[in-house]
Design a protein around this ligand. Structure first.
Ligand SMILES: C[S@@+](CC[C@H](N)C(=O)[O-])C[C@H]1O[C@@H](n2cnc3c(N)ncnc32)[C@H](O)[C@@H]1O
Length: 316
């Protein structure tokens, strides 16, 4: 099978030509109900989906390798009469009927709401369903979340009950500076944030979202699929992180532009052969550390200003 390609076509039909068990990871975001009117979209009127969801779900299960993972980023539309469509949850349950395991419900939180609701709380999250064919074969939990108590030593002697109900002494420990992420991932979104590329597509997901799933559920050299590739985000991030990609979109304009986008980016991190996920993740942690240092620097400066004002006042 040929990889590093972006194919134009209806994904269900294109996937029929793929062999069984050929994909390690899929990171994708379908059309959300009928919210957007893409040229050439295929509508499954019967199910109310904006593309033939059920045949696609079956194909995705067939092409996924044992232990492979599917990340399905989705949200419901809302209508006054029925409220939320519920289609995201229906799709998740249908994936399970096809044989996928629901490994996790994760959420992607945006830094704002494009259409703030007046009758419900501002909607800033979308689902990221993590579905796997059996137990995921690659799990690399990202540990770039700064711990509030990082670096401090737990005080006193802790005790816990052993099986015999006696109190057991536990050693004190130093809280690591960085810990595993929570299952809500926050990203700055919108023009200039989801990507720095000058690219016009109505529903781009952040490059860092695709990147973080690629790092979590796949290894260098694995095959990453996006059957709704849109502007090419997943393909670009797979290529940059030394995975093979294969992607599909029904719209020829989007396909041409995403091929261009991928070609415009010779691997930043690894034109050299030194790229490894470990080195890259350490860079991520380092940039988090820098942000924290900057923040504390700013706060310390503010404190200093406040203190000097008080001092001035006292001396006066
Ligand atoms: C939500 S967008 C994906 C955006 C993408 N995640 C990105 O970052 O640019 C969905 C895409 O699916 C494509 N699409 C819709 N129905 C399709 C189908 N049946 N087969 C293949 N692509 C389809 C649309 O043209 C659109 O570009």
């Amino acid at each position: 099978m040929e990889f590093n390609k972006i194919i134009c076509g209806n994904n269900v039909e294109v996937l029929k030509d793929f062999p069984d068990n050929c994909i390690d990871l899929t990171v994708t975001s379908p059309l959300y109900d009928l919210m957007r009117n893409y040229k050439g979209k295929v509508i499954d009127e019967q199910n109310g989906y904006s593309f033939p969801f059920e045949p696609l779900a079956k194909q995705l299960f067939r092409v996924t390798k044992d232990g492979g993972v599917l990340v399905w980023v989705v949200n419901d539309s809302v209508k006054d009469d029925v409220g939320k469509s519920g289609n995201s949850l229906r799709q998740c349950m249908y994936f399970r009927e096809c044989g996928f395991k629901i490994h996790d419900y994760m959420f992607y939180e945006k830094n704002g709401s494009s259409f703030p609701a007046v009758n419900r709380y501002y909607q800033t999250t979308e689902f990221m369903f993590i579905l796997s064919k059996g137990e995921p074969k690659t799990i690399n939990i990202l540990k770039d979340r700064a711990n509030i108590w990082g670096g401090s030593t737990s005080w006193g002697t802790k005790t816990s009950r052993s099986g015999s109900d006696d109190l057991k002494e536990q050693k004190s420990y130093v809280t690591p500076e960085f810990g595993a992420r929570f299952n809500i991932w926050r990203y700055n979104t919108g023009k200039g944030y989801s990507t720095k590329d000058d690219y016009d597509h109505p529903a781009i997901f952040p490059e860092s979202l695709a990147r973080d799933h690629i790092l979590s559920w796949s290894r260098v050299g694995d095959v990453v699929l996006d059957p709704f590739v849109g502007s090419g985000t997943t393909a670009k991030m797979a290529m940059l992180h030394k995975r093979k990609y294969i992607a599909i979109d029904i719209n020829q304009g989007f396909v041409d532009d995403s091929i261009q986008r991928v070609n415009d980016h010779t691997p930043i991190i690894g034109d050299n052969d030194n790229y490894s996920d470990e080195i890259f993740i350490n860079q991520l942690i380092e940039s988090e550390r820098e942000k924290i240092v900057k923040k504390y620097h700013k706060e310390a400066k503010e404190d200093f200003k406040k203190e000097s004002t008080i001092d001035d006042f006292i001396s006066f």
